[in-house]
Structure formats: structure tokens, C-alpha cells
Write a new protein. Structure first.
Length: 354
């Protein structure tokens, strides 16, 4: 006969086993997006290198139509944005911000005008452009292994599918022999969209081969006016076919996946930002309709008129004394808007160090 202690041990083991089963059931019962279900390759670096990014530094709207919520920080900090991390020491960030203020204030009158901010925005945007150019050189080499200075669509397709976990040699052999590729629907849809972008980036006369400059337009459409037009078409295509945006259509673009109340609050803020952007910035003539031309001008990061408007907006956010300029104390107080870092508690002693 089983002892009481043995019985309890046996019962405990049974309980743990059942608990494990229920945990597994719970995991597999949860909803998940398709990308999470796909097996990720051991090294996904190549995918990031050759797939056009959704996020483009210094551009006000993401490739998927979302507002770039870090735009103001990107055009104010440029390459120094990474230095202003949340866990950085606030005192050090304050000193960095004071140095930036002195660089923007080119006439040294201890305040920043809209023209000074405009010049700075253009300079920081150009920094992001140059960074994209340097990255593109590395990415181009990754898809041009023979070094002939041109990449065909098939060469890119092979590298892309290899980055998604497919066997590169098998894919290359099948493409060479015009054999059918067994690709899942989601990956095929991505490939179709990429092929459209590829043809758009192929400058006249079209040869279906991209050189390094054309490949830059493929990855970073903000560098090409023609590709900028194509990016606008892609965004509007997701809404309707009338080539115009209404406020309701603009707001209806998916904001993100809400997982908790904090995420819901963020999404709500994005909706408010979208409404403000539409009414005050994108809709240039304020007729309630945004044409493709208006959206294209809005998304052009090197548009000087937009840079001046952006400068005025950034000043208005922190201009507490309403003199249409920014003093250092104001920038420090609203540091989270400009840098992503909260430095309010450190603004009181600014004159001692500046």
C-alpha cells in the first residue's frame, strides 16, 4: 500500500504536469500575428540590410502612413540622438543640450529664431541623408557579391529570400531554371510590393538593373523625388482610389496594436497628433482635403518652406514668454519634446553653467 508521503509526492507531480499542459495550452491559444509564427533565421541581419525600412530618419511620416513620433528629436539632435537615451545621466544630457543650443544660436544673442532653427533642421536632416548614403554602400555590397556595380531583381530576390530563411543555393538554382518557387502568401505579397518599388527606382533608360545610386532610392525614397511620389501613392493606395485624403481617412490608418491601457493612451495621442498634423500642416490650403501634391510636399524632408514651418512649430511648443524665440531655459524645460529626455529638474541652475 502506498504511503501517505509517496501519495502526496505523486499527487504533486501530477499537479505540476497538468499545470505545464495548461500553460502550453494558454500559450498556443493566444492570438499572435503572422510574423511571430514564422521561424526567424538565426542571423536576421541581412534582412535588415536589404529590406527597405518602414522608418526613415528625418521624414515626418513612416512608410506605412504612421506619423514619425520621433521626428522632432531627429531633426533637432541629428546623429547625437542616440546619446540622449532615457537612462543617460540627466546632468550630462543637460550639458549636451546647452552645447547644441550654442550651435543653433549662430548670432550668439542667447535666443533661437525661426530662421536659425530652420537652418539647423536642414543641417540635421542632411546628416541623416549622409548616414543613409553610407549605410547604403554597405547594403549594396551585400546584394552585389560579384562587384559589377549593378544588381538585378533576381539577385536581390535571392538575397531577400535567403534572409527570410530560404536556402540560397536552392532558390538561386530554381530561379536560374525558371522553376516555381514555393513561397508563403505573406512573403510573396512583400516581394510583389518590393518589385514595384524596384521598377520605380530604375531610372531611365530602364534596364531592370540598379546601380548604387538607384539602390539608394529603392531603400530610401526620401533621396529621390520620383520615389517620393511613389511612396505617397503607396500610402494613399491603402485608403481609396480617389488620390485624395480626408481627415477621417488619414486618421483611419492603423495606429498600432493595443495590448494594455498604456498602449491605448499612446495610440490616442497618435490620433490627436494625426488630426493636428492634418489640419495645421499637411492641408496647406485648409480645404479639408489633402491632395497627393500636398502630401508629397509635406513628406519632402529637404523642403525649406516645410523646414521653416517646422521651426516655427517647434518654437511655439516651448515659447512661454511668447517672443517668437527660444531661450535656453525654455528648451531645457521642454527637453523631452526636443530630445526625448526629461531635464526639467535641472533647468533652475542653467545660468551657473552657461
Amino acid at each position: 500500500m502506498m504511503s501517505r508521503q509517496a501519495f502526496l509526492c505523486s499527487l504533486g507531480s501530477l499537479y505540476l504536469s497538468l499545470l505545464f499542459v495548461f500553460l502550453l495550452m494558454d500559450v498556443y491559444a493566444r492570438p499572435a500575428n503572422n510574423s511571430a509564427l514564422k521561424e526567424k533565421p538565426a542571423d536576421s541581419k541581412d534582412e535588415n540590410e536589404i529590406l527597405p525600412p518602414d522608418h526613415l530618419n528625418g521624414v515626418k511620416m513612416e512608410m506605412d502612413g504612421h506619423l514619425n513620433k520621433e521626428f522632432h528629436q531627429e531633426v533637432f539632435l541629428g546623429k547625437e540622438m542616440e546619446e540622449f537615451e532615457e537612462d543617460s545621466e540627466p546632468r550630462k544630457n543637460r550639458k549636451k543640450l546647452m552645447v547644441i543650443f550654442s550651435k543653433v544660436d549662430i548670432n550668439n544673442d542667447k535666443k533661437i529664431s525661426a530662421k536659425e532653427m530652420q537652418r539647423w533642421i536642414m543641417e540635421k536632416t542632411d546628416e541623416h541623408f549622409q548616414e543613409a548614403v553610407e549605410e547604403n554602400k554597405m547594403h549594396f555590397r551585400a546584394v552585389d557579391p560579384d562587384g559589377d556595380g549593378h544588381v538585378s531583381w533576381d539577385e536581390y530576390k535571392i538575397k531577400f529570400l535567403a534572409s527570410k530563411g530560404f536556402n540560397e543555393k536552392e532558390i538561386a538554382e530554381k530561379i536560374k531554371n525558371n522553376e516555381e518557387l514555393k513561397i508563403d502568401e505573406e512573403t510573396q505579397e512583400v516581394l510583389d510590393n518590393l518589385k514595384d518599388r524596384w521598377y520605380q527606382a530604375d531610372n531611365p533608360p530602364p534596364d531592370l538593373l540598379l546601380n548604387e545610386e538607384e539602390f539608394l532610392s529603392f531603400l530610401h525614397p526620401e533621396h529621390s523625388r520620383g520615389m517620393l511620389k511613389f511612396m505617397v501613392k503607396e500610402i494613399i493606395r491603402d485608403l481609396d482610389g480617389d488620390k485624395k485624403l480626408t481627415l477621417s481617412e488619414f486618421i483611419s490608418l492603423p495606429v498600432g496594436t493595443v495590448e494594455n491601457q498604456q498602449a491605448q493612451d499612446i495610440d490616442d495621442d497618435w490620433v490627436k497628433d494625426r488630426r493636428k498634423e492634418f489640419e495645421e500642416v499637411i492641408d496647406a490650403n485648409h480645404d479639408g482635403i489633402v491632395t497627393m501634391e500636398e502630401l508629397e510636399e509635406y513628406m519632402d524632408p529637404m523642403n525649406e518652406y516645410n523646414a521653416l514651418n517646422e521651426a516655427k512649430q517647434m518654437i511655439a511648443v516651448a515659447d512661454e514668454n511668447q517672443n517668437h524665440h527660444l531661450e535656453l531655459e525654455e528648451i531645457l524645460k521642454y527637453s523631452e519634446y526636443f530630445t526625448g529626455s526629461k531635464l526639467m529638474d535641472y533647468a533652475r541652475n542653467v545660468h551657473e553653467e552657461f
